[in-house]
Design a protein around this ligand. Structure first.
Ligand code: ADE
Length: 230
């Protein structure tokens, strides 16, 4: 059973519409849709925005549905210099950029008293996503790189460059690393797939509103392509 999580309605509705034998069950105010997509058993859910929603949602998926693989899909702000709006980032790993216990000597992003703070995505899922992306989205660029997550919409050059300099981030969003941490703690392989809706700079809010829908089309094509393969 594959769990697919998007933070927002727009990020999951096209996938939910494409499901067969669909059933809905709710926990913690979240609607979990079980059914078949591309002949695979899946659960698709909208988590809501931010790391807390995502962590809760991921744990429910694992506890209640016996998930074997986790995919987080959605949009993100581009950080890496060559990334354009509409391109896709596949997570190599994920870290929380707003975890800050630096006053005690920890590095920014380091979670106190945890052995791991940068959570690696599953190699096989990364490879499948990479190969599939080339096939189903030949007109855009597809990068494998670090996803940095925090409870902040990034919309300034200053913050953007801090995320690049401190973390080597490829894209910034608000949930991926929370799913990654929950997946890691439960030993579940995961990948984060994000289409770029903006460049996380001063123009990010306007760009996000203009390009979100187009970006989501690329990511939906990728998720369907991966399920076809897996
Ligand atoms: N999701 C899409 N664009 C984003 C940004 N600039 N910052 C955080 N999350 C995002």
């Amino acid at each position: 059973m594959i769990g697919i999580i998007g933070a927002m309605e727009e990020e999951v509705s096209l996938l939910i519409d494409a499901m067969e034998k669909k059933e809905k069950i709710s926990f913690a105010g979240m609607d979990f849709y079980t059914g078949i997509l591309k002949k695979k058993k899946v659960v698709i859910v909208k988590s809501g925005i931010g790391k807390v929603n995502m962590a809760l949602c991921t744990q429910i998926l694992i506890d209640k549905f016996g998930i074997t693989h986790l995919i987080n899909t959605g949009v993100a702000g581009g950080l890496y210099k060559d990334i354009e709006v509409g391109d896709i980032v596949i997570s190599s790993d994920a870290v929380q950029h707003d975890m800050d216990a630096t006053v005690f000597g920890y590095k920014l992003g380091e979670i106190p008293q945890m052995k791991v703070s940068v959570f690696p995505a599953d190699e096989k899922l990364i490879q499948t996503a990479k190969n599939t992306c080339r096939r189903v989205n030949p007109d855009i660029q597809c990068f494998v790189g670090r996803v940095v997550s925090g409870d902040q919409f990034i919309s300034s050059n200053e913050k953007k460059h801090q995320l690049i300099d401190e973390f080597g981030g490829y894209c910034a969003e608000m949930e991926g690393a929370a799913m990654a941490q929950a997946a890691y703690l439960n030993g579940i392989p995961f990948v984060i797939l994000r289409a770029i809706s903006d460049k996380a700079d001063q123009k990010a809010a306007g760009s996000y509103e203009e390009f979100e829908k187009a970006a989501i089309k690329h990511i939906v094509r990728l998720v369907l392509g991966i399920l076809d393969k897996e």
